[in-house]
Design a protein around this ligand. Structure first.
Ligand SMILES: [Fe+2]
Ligand SMILES: [Fe+2]
Length: 396
């Protein structure tokens, strides 16, 4: 989801799932393959190495947070215990994928599967492309737990640490794990998608990792997760709304239940950042502005199915066109957080902090203008074959 808000850069961006506005690429019939081909290789499948990431990330920055700031997160452990862990749901009260799927132990199993498949026949291919992309993003949950465990001061140091930060990370991961699990099983049963291609894509994505620009800093890490959870809340909410329009109430419930988890997680991460704004506004506003300048990249940025090096752009384009996640959603998220974290009201900032504050306060309207211009330039969308749906073509 690297996003550069200059009009030129905007056009050539790789658009990360969920956080990046897909607009620019979207209606352009030209697809530049060069930018996403891994350096030093033309065809991943022919590499002699057993595995090489389809995309390499140059110039990675690590440990940018001043080391003394780690103490802030130690001092916030009591706060996290009382204000963060309360947003987790007890396992016994959580929904599980089995609640929404045909019961293999029941006599009616085959009938239930057939009903699911009949309902799925009423849903168009473009919807399935987006649902598959969303599912694959969720299935790379191991990458996101790894990302949280790169953060200085909040990482799980042992794998079973009892700090509230570590407890949150493991329990959040466990809750999130249900999302990919449920969507995967639903899609398998639907009979509408090429599971082998999808499974390969998941393997590529987990092997590729992600590039969230968080630099081991929990300031950046929790800004990132706030954005990501809100974006996924919006997109799962929209796949739910569309499923209902297609007459599939069961699928609508699946997407809606996932969206509701995302909302709870968004609330938790947003509260952490709110707390950071309260106790260290300067560092937090600088981190926010820098994250936005470098672009909020999204987890599925490196998505690759073994064939399409621009798969993320193509999947994002379809998501934009059918209204699951749009450029407008992205701007709305930026604006929402600028207001939610009261960025305009921050006081006592350094010169650098004030500069970051000004940048953030003007950002929503700047992106909105860019988005409107991109929409005006939008051309007739081409179609694209997606391996996830047996190479059937879908309009971008
Ligand atoms: Fe999720
Ligand atoms: Fe999430």
């Amino acid at each position: 989801m690297a996003l550069n808000f200059s009009p030129m850069a905007f056009k050539s961006q790789k658009l990360p799932s969920h956080t990046l506005p897909p607009t620019a690429t979207l209606r352009s019939p030209k697809f530049c393959m060069v930018s996403t081909i891994p350096s030093g290789s033309k065809d991943v499948g022919n590499l002699k190495k057993p595995f090489a990431p389809p995309r390499e990330v140059p110039a990675q920055i690590t440990h940018s947070m001043p080391s003394h700031k780690v103490e802030i997160f130690k001092s916030l452990e009591g706060w996290a215990e009382n204000n963060l862990l309360t947003h987790l749901k007890p396992v016994e009260k959580c929904w599980q994928p089995a609640d929404f799927l045909p019961d293999p132990n029941s006599d009616g199993f085959y009938d239930q599967v057939n009903e699911l498949r009949e309902r799925a026949k009423e849903i168009p291919d473009d919807y399935f492309v987006v649902l598959v992309g969303d599912m694959i993003t969720e299935e790379a949950i191991s990458t996101y737990q790894t990302m949280l465990n790169t953060l200085d001061g909040t990482r799980d140091e042992t794998g079973a640490s009892l700090t509230p930060w570590a407890i949150w990370t493991r329990a959040w991961t466990a809750e999130e794990n249900r999302h990919g699990d449920l969507l995967n099983k639903y899609l398998y049963l639907s009979g509408r998608v090429d599971m082998r291609q999808i499974e390969k894509t998941i393997q590529y994505l987990i092997g590729s990792g992600m590039d969230p620009h968080t630099e081991n800093s929990p300031y950046r890490g929790f800004i990132y997760t706030s954005f990501q959870e809100r974006a996924t809340f919006i997109s799962h909410g929209n796949t739910g709304r569309l499923a209902k329009e297609y007459g599939d109430v069961n699928l609508a419930q699946i997407c809606g239940s996932i969206a509701s988890d995302e909302k709870r997680h968004e609330t938790a991460y947003t509260k952490i950042v709110e707390k950071l704004f309260e106790i260290d506004p300067n560092e937090t506003v600088c981190a926010l502005a820098d994250m936005m300048k470098k672009k909020i990249t999204m987890p599925a940025e490196f998505i690759y199915d073994g064939r399409d090096y621009n798969l993320f752009d193509h999947y994002s384009a379809v998501a934009q066109r059918i209204g699951v996640y749009t450029a407008k959603d992205y701007v709305d998220i930026v604006e929402y957080f600028v207001n939610r974290w009261k960025v305009e009201e921050l006081t006592g900032l350094s010169a650098e902090g004030r500069k970051a504050q000004d940048y953030m306060c003007g950002l929503p309207s700047r992106i909105r203008k860019l988005e409107e211009r991109a929409q005006e330039r939008a051309k007739e969308a081409p179609s694209m074959a997606f391996s996830w749906i047996f190479d059937r073509e879908v309009k971008l």
